[in-house]
Design a protein around this ligand. Sequence first.
Ligand code: DUC
Ligand code: ZN
Ligand code: ZN
Length: 468
Amino acid sequence: MSTTLISGGTVVSANGTLDADVLVAGEKIAAVLAREVTETGEAAPAADRVIDATGKYVLPGGIDVHTHMEMPFGGTFSVDTFETGTRAAAWGGTTTIVDFAVQAKGTSLLATLDKWHSKADGNCAIDYGFHMIVSDVNDQTLKEMDACIGAGVNSFKMFMAYPGVFYATDGEILLAMQQAARSGATVMMHAENGIAIDQLVAQALAAGHTDPVYHGLTRPPELEGEATSRAITLAKVAACPLYIVHLSARQALEAVAQARDTGQNVFAETCPQYLYLSLDDLARPDFEGSKFVASPPLRPKDHQASLWSGLRTNDLSVVSTDHCPFCFKDGKELGRGDFSKIPNGMPGVEHRMDLLHQGVVAGELTLPRWVEVASTTPARMFGLYPRKGVIAAGSDADIVIYDPAARQTLSAASHHMNVDYSAYEGMEITGRVATTLSRGRTVIDNGEYLGAAGHGAFLPRGLNQYLL
Ligand code: DUC
Ligand code: ZN
Ligand code: ZN
């Protein structure tokens, strides 16, 4: 079994920092050796390879629990495959993704799961799991939810948005929540009032308002707040754990905080685009705003401070990307002249760790909180801990060596996602991944990709480890 010693770095965990060397044996972490101890005379352990991490952070690999590779949506597909998307993730220090299998209306959950396994199997550079999108609630679907749980997929996303596509009625949501609750599984909710939104969209188009900014203006934050409250109420009645995905609005955060104060099993994530971008970007001229069309939409800038604060108070406990990239050319352009036809989604899987580190640099988050929201909590929330999300003996050697002083400029010209634009074009960042290990294998090192499609393995997941 080959061994690697990562020496001289600062191990950052959700609990704090430690000057320590990390010994990797094969696919696992064998030991974390505090340097205070080793420097008192004990010899450093022999290893086949030594990585000098002096001046760098040693982090548990990032875990992005919300990605969409090759996702069918709006008559097209998101453009990162499992191969290109997981490679880009590794470049940015993410070593696990949890992607969404998408049930089409009239199809079974288990057939859907098989389909997603065949998309991912043999193609991923890093480990991956699946959530299941439930878009057709019927007796068979409800029965199959248990079989999904048996197959390692125990989180089910539902939509209060997109009538006629993914939308589920309150009654259907309640049934699925009751079914999930019987097994302790989590329902993940896209909480926007799609019925009301569709009326606003029709009114805007009838008035000749076709530009991308109307995507944001027809999905007001109040309708995210209302849907979030309704989802929380339904989850309370069903006694079902609830996880609000891609929370973007202050009103929704207030609803989550209130529920958490009562001790309900309600959790929420936000995404970097809601922390750094705003309605002003959706309003960029010459159809540039289409690059920022995602749902929920980017919000007025003043929501950002609430989201950073929610991350500090743990009412937001995870940051994922909702990576769902569509090219500008031939993708976003489908919606020229009608904002409602612009494919919903933005690229981001490569930049989550860097953008959150920028939050550390700016004093919004502490170093341990960075690791907690980007790795440790996602692992616990989705049943992967302590295999993932921590640097400890016995855990998978998913390790990122991060240079906090490096400078980089985000750009489509240099990113590795399979998409023709960057939502952060020209943004200057402090910090950069130096090395990424996935189960002991070096995937990224010093600006070079050394991974392989097929190294990444499917991760059957346990239940949410935060349930009260
Ligand atoms: N919701 C998502 O979570 N991803 C892409 C589109 C959407 O509406
Ligand atoms: Zn969604
Ligand atoms: Zn999504």
